[in-house]
Design a binder for this molecule. Structure first.
Ligand code: FES
Length: 107
């Protein structure tokens, strides 16, 4: 495993009903999304208010905030539906032996 990868969870820990899991790493709460197209991770806290995206609705590659229904692209963190305007921090992901690793995205 190359540098800076941090083990955060097992794939089996992910809720099979929501395909999401909240973990704590890198001094913040992070939401992991498991899709057929891959595993993605963003900050869990919405950039618009005090809401956990892991309690929202995952649809395709977007997450809808449970509080005001703002929508983000989970691959890029970009805001794509109001009222959200600030992007999410996204993390690089890697899965090895059913274990999920994260690292901060290179600038
Ligand atoms: S807190 Fe997420 S859209 Fe308002």
């Amino acid at each position: 495993m190359s540098e800076n990868w941090t083990e955060v969870a097992k794939l089996d820990d992910v809720n099979p009903d929501t395909n999401m899991l909240r973990v704590d790493a890198f001094d913040e709460a992070i939401c992991i999304y498991v899709l057929e197209s891959g595993v993605y991770a963003t900050q869990d806290l919405c950039t618009h208010g005090q809401a956990c995206l892991s309690e929202g609705w995952l649809e395709d590659e977007t997450i809808e905030c449970p509080l005001h229904q703002g929508v983000f692209d989970i691959k890029t963190g970009a805001p794509i539906a109001p009222p959200v305007t600030e992007p999410l921090t996204v993390y690089e992901t890697q899965v090895k032996d059913k274990t999920i690793f994260l690292r901060p995205k290179a600038e």
